[in-house]
Design a protein around this ligand. Structure first.
Ligand SMILES: [Zn+2]
Length: 391
């Protein structure tokens, strides 16, 4: 029989259940407690009504929220791109660089090196409160290199995404149709058993709307669910394709037409915003306020990757979203927890109600608002994943 634990004396508990507490979307309960048995939440409510359990933890008048659900990262890569970032931020030209640099380094890395990098970045994310993460292939771009990246990823998370269509492989740069044929054929056959999702970078210079539709449709036929890198650098067909194909998420959503916003608001496709990318490229911010006011569901994620957003910190993204994207602190925290869960079509994470996984983050602060109010401060004082304290 698994042991039970109650965490009491929580000043502010974010449940993401609007039937609880203040009945806001965060379902904020003051002077709260949460009870865990095995790997699940079994009870949530006011501290004075907490059930008897085997163990008791005193939160010391601090805040507890669901572990962050980071629904977009690229953690299977070799090398880094420090010099490229330094040149960009220093206003110096840098001609090599780009995704191709990481593709070369990733192909040259051993399986053990790839896995060691993944483990390192996951540990880093966990210390910052992330308990569920998605990660993608996309730096191998051959059948063997894409499938090995996914095999490595699947040892560490259920949320694995096949992104063979990140860019056209360098050796087929003159024949993109042949590369799309590879991605939808032999590469897909080898990768589908190791992934839940299929993704495509739908953008000028990567894959156009017709290519993206062909790739995602082929993936669906193999049992993978679509998600799309859409409208990051320019307006284009990505968001409307995401909605058309019932993709779980359209990611980036930086350059949107009114029709794109309407399409998202009238679908269950989540708009996942990734402000680390705009930060690291000095690009204009996505307009979260416009999406929220239209009624779209918004997720916040890191896009952790060595080229355009080398942060594993969801709290950093929350602070950016509040400062620069028009989100309230409550909205940003919801988007980084329940929003991320929606972007992965999960209802067992991103909330602290009976039946959900006991994935919790304890802040060294009396309120979740401090995640935006105290940017850059390491506020995560404790992390439980599946009922086990891991930090
Ligand atoms: Zn990405």
């Amino acid at each position: 029989m698994s042991s039970s634990t109650v965490i009491t004396n929580i000043a502010a508990l974010v449940t993401n259940d609007p039937s609880l507490g203040d009945h806001s979307p965060l379902g904020l309960v003051r002077d709260a407690a949460v009870a865990v048995e095995g790997d699940r939440i079994v009870w949530t409510g006011e501290s004075s009504k907490a059930p008897a359990t085997d163990n008791r933890v005193d939160a010391g008048g601090r805040a507890v929220l669901p572990g962050f659900v980071d629904s977009h990262s690229h953690l299977l890569f070799g090398g880094d791109r420090t010099e490229e970032f330094n040149a960009r931020m220093s206003g110096r030209p840098y001609s090599a660089g780009g995704i191709r640099t990481t593709v070369a380094a990733t192909r040259a890395a051993s399986d053990a090196e790839l896995e060691a990098g993944l483990v390192r970045y996951l540990a880093e994310a966990l210390r910052q409160g992330t308990t569920t993460f998605e990660t993608k292939s996309g730096y191998g771009l051959t059948t063997a290199d894409e499938s090995r990246a996914l095999r490595v990823a699947a040892r560490h998370t259920d949320e694995v995404t096949f992104l063979g269509a990140h860019i056209v492989a360098p050796e087929l740069a003159d024949d993109p149709a042949a590369y799309v044929g590879l991605v939808t054929g032999e590469m897909l056959d080898a990768c589908a058993p190791h992934a839940r999702w299929i993704d495509v970078f739908c953008e000028q210079g990567a894959f156009d709307g017709d290519q993206a539709r062909a790739i995602l449709t082929a993936g669906k036929a193999k049992g993978l669910h679509p998600r799309i890198h859409a409208n990051q650098l320019s307006q284009g067909p990505g968001v409307r394709l995401a909605v058309e194909l019932d993709a779980a998420s359209a990611d980036h959503c930086t350059h949107l037409t009114d029709a794109d916003v309407d399409a998202l608001a009238n679908s269950r496709t989540v708009a996942t915003l990734l402000p680390g990318a705009e930060f690291s490229t000095r690009a204009p911010w996505p307009d979260a306020r416009r999406l929220l006011d239209a009624g779209a569901t918004v997720a916040l994620s890191t896009d952790c990757n060595p080229g355009s957003s080398f942060t594993s910190s969801v709290p950093f993204c929350i602070a950016l979203a509040v400062r620069d994207m028009g989100m309230t602190p409550d909205e940003a925290v919801w988007s980084a927890t329940a929003g991320g869960a929606a972007a992965l079509r999960r209802d067992d994470v991103g909330r602290l109600t009976p039946g959900a996984y006991a994935d919790l983050t304890l802040l060294d602060a009396p309120s979740h608002v401090h995640l935006a109010y105290r940017p850059g401060v390491p506020l995560v004082a404790g992390v439980w994943r599946r009922g086990v304290r891991v930090h």
